[in-house]
Design a binder for this molecule. Structure first.
Ligand code: GRF
Length: 217
């Protein structure tokens, strides 16, 4: 089950990974909170049931989340994947899917939680930026990190250029993390994610996943 709000390029990366046999999974449905979200069209094109549940039709966040949960649970998914889902979720929702709710965030958490991560990274002068897949907990962008990928930051980057570089890594690590989860390879101990029972020594920057190459010239 994948939840989206907009473009859906991460959704597309997951669809492509499934279709290519790199991710042994079935995407049971896609739900978007914006009826016109291009991601919903991507799902339909791929033959995946796609539903729009417009949050503006609900008086409270809790009521929207209840409707969302009903639609999700109809499909009995093993994992709920937030892929550019731009809504803060209520505590009841997070508790309902505890341990099987994943999110991708465009920064190397715990750096730059929240919005506008690329502009903030540039402003702060960091030379390395990236993306994180994490379990969702009550702390926004604060749950245990499953995998991260780093990209270099160049002096002449704009937020848009940097976002594009990070996005390429997002598309690589999200299917990877979902595959690990579905294979039962992940566990959480003392707030740290273990893969096959082991803490990844390089957690923070996964060096077995090479970062994208800086452009030559
Ligand atoms: C991604 O950068 C993701 O990390 C963030 O929102 C963006 C969604 O992009 N949470 P897309 O809809 O998957 O193309």
């Amino acid at each position: 089950m994948v939840l989206i709000s907009g473009r859906g390029s991460n959704l597309q990366a997951i669809i492509d990974a499934v279709n290519a046999g790199r991710l042994p999974a079935e995407i049971r449905a896609v739900i978007g909170n914006q009826p016109g979200a291009p991601g919903l069209a991507r799902a339909r094109t791929a033959g995946i049931p796609a539903h729009a549940i417009d949050h503006r039709g609900f008086a409270t966040r809790e009521q929207f989340d209840q409707a969302l949960m009903r639609q999700i649970d109809f499909y009995r998914p093993r994992v709920v994947v937030l892929a550019g889902f731009m809504r803060i979720l209520s505590g009841a929702f997070i508790d309902h899917y505890a341990g099987r709710l994943l999110n991708i965030h465009p920064s190397l958490l715990p750096a730059f939680p929240g919005l506008n991560t690329h502009a903030r990274a540039l402003q702060s002068g960091v030379t390395v930026h990236g993306a994180s897949v994490h379990f969702v907990t009550h702390e926004v962008d604060g749950g245990p990190v499953i995998v991260q990928a780093a990209v270099p930051v160049f002096a002449d980057d704009t937020p848009e250029i940097l976002a594009e570089r990070v996005l390429m890594e997002e598309h690589r690590i999200y299917p990877l993390a979902i595959g690990w989860f579905l294979a039962g390879r992940l566990s959480v101990e003392n707030g740290r994610v273990l893969l096959d029972g082991h803490e990844r020594p390089e957690q923070g920057l996964n060096r077995d996943i090479p970062p994208s190459q800086p452009p030559s010239g």
